[in-house]
Design a protein around this ligand. Structure first.
Ligand SMILES: Cc1ncc(COP(=O)(O)O)c(C=O)c1O
Length: 377
């Protein structure tokens, strides 16, 4: 099988991740609850994964690392946790439904005002557009780091700088960036950063992370046992307990820790360079296909390891299904980003998406291209 659907979830998982999950299944009790060796083993697995994540993202000094079930879950802690009745939020047309739907729900339940900023003609969100959208009551700006449809890398540092100048918290959806490119939170200084554990970070499904910058005021969106302050009617004030209610996915988190440590050994910069090479290889050939429309940014500096395209007059799902029959896995359709498809004029059909991981090879790109050529013929 040639797996080119890593933007949905990474496949295959490295052996070290599988081993860590199995080890946790054998060893881990409930973390933070009891004082025996199985509970301590779970505590240690959680703590090691937090430390590994903080090291990878240079978040040791300024951030709390909160575990979530996936990126959607992390975004659902960050967005409703930041916005109250009558607040205004700014986001973009390039967002995933995991950003848009919590915002639409808050429009209804808390009268949250929403401004949705369009990208430029290259599919890039410009900081000036974000700045223009800010209002007196803006309480949150939410921007994706990398579009899961076009692969466009957004200028998040400049956008965060705009937010900081205006004193408005900024939430970055790093779902397609984490593990695929260097993300340095010490220099970015975003207030909130949400990411899945199961994509670029190599972890099992059921894992995600929310980094919360020290001093960020976030209301819990779920309530329950934390193993501490049992007699308090409120969630503990300190992170991560403030947001982590109930038994955590220790087995998955142990696997995530192993994945993150493997990334650190390989070097995220090397992974980014490899995935970019695969993208350039793919694009150099795909551009010559008859009637092809490619949605990646024209400027290579903004391109990541996610590429989407259409071949005129062929339904993208026919292409993906034909590739699947040849054991080549891509995704077709709307990629959960409805407004991005509006920008691309593809609301009637969607697009075929190819997305790389560190494990893909140039031979796989060649096989994909030759199979695609044959299918089109
Ligand atoms: C940009 C972006 N944000 C959020 C998500 C949601 O991630 P998860 O499936 O981990 O909830 C995805 C998933 O593809 C995504 O690409």
């Amino acid at each position: 099988m040639i797996y080119l659907d890593n933007a949905a979830t990474m496949f295959p998982r490295p052996d070290c991740v599988k081993d860590a999950v199995l080890h946790a299944l054998d060893m881990a009790g409930n973390p933070g609850r009891s004082a025996h060796e199985a509970a301590f083993a779970a505590d240690e697995m959680m703590e090691q994964t937090r430390q590994s994540l903080c090291r990878l993202f240079h978040a040791e000094e300024d951030y709390a690392c909160v575990f979530a079930q996936n990126a959607t879950d992390a975004l659902n802690m960050a967005i409703p946790g930041s916005l109250n009745e009558g607040d205004h939020a700014v986001t973009t047309m390039m967002e995933h439904n995991s950003v848009l739907r919590p915002l639409y729900a808050l429009q209804k339940t808390r009268n949250v005002e929403l401004t949705i900023v369009p990208p430029d003609e290259m599919g890039i969100i410009r900081p000036a557009q974000i700045e223009k959208a800010l209002q007196k009551n803006t309480k949150l700006v939410i921007v994706t780091h990398v579009s899961n449809v076009t692969g466009a890398i957004m200028p998040v540092q400049e956008i965060i700088n705009v937010c900081r100048r205006h004193g408005i918290p900024c939430l970055i959806d790093a779902s397609q960036a984490a593990g695929h490119m260097a993300v340095d939170l010490q220099s970015l200084q975003a207030d909130l950063v949400a990411m899945p554990g199961h994509k670029g970070l190599c972890g099992p499904q059921g894992t995600g992370v929310l980094f919360v910058k020290n001093g960020t005021d976030l209301s819990p969106t779920r309530f329950g046992g934390t193993g501490i302050l049992t007699f308090s009617q409120e969630m503990p004030q300190e992170y991560p307990s403030h947001l982590e209610a109930g038994t955590q996915n220790v087995h998955g988190i142990a696997g995530l820790g192993a994945g993150v440590r493997m990334l650190q050994e390989k070097g995220v910069e090397n992974i980014a360079a490899h995935e970019k090479e695969l993208t350039e290889h793919l694009l150099s050939e795909l551009t010559n296909f008859p009637d092809v429309v490619i949605y990646s940014p024209q400027d290579a500096a903004y391109r990541s390891g996610v590429v989407s395209f259409n071949i005129a007059s062929i339904d993208p799902s026919h292409i993906a299904n034909a590739l699947a029959q040849e054991h080549i896995c891509v995704r077709a359709g709307f990629h959960c980003a409805p407004l991005a498809h509006k920008c691309m004029n593809t609301t009637h059909c969607g697009a075929v998406r190819v997305s790389f991981s560190m494990f893909n090879t140039h031979d796989e790109v060649d096989s994909f291209l030759s199979t695609l050529r044959r299918i089109i013929r």
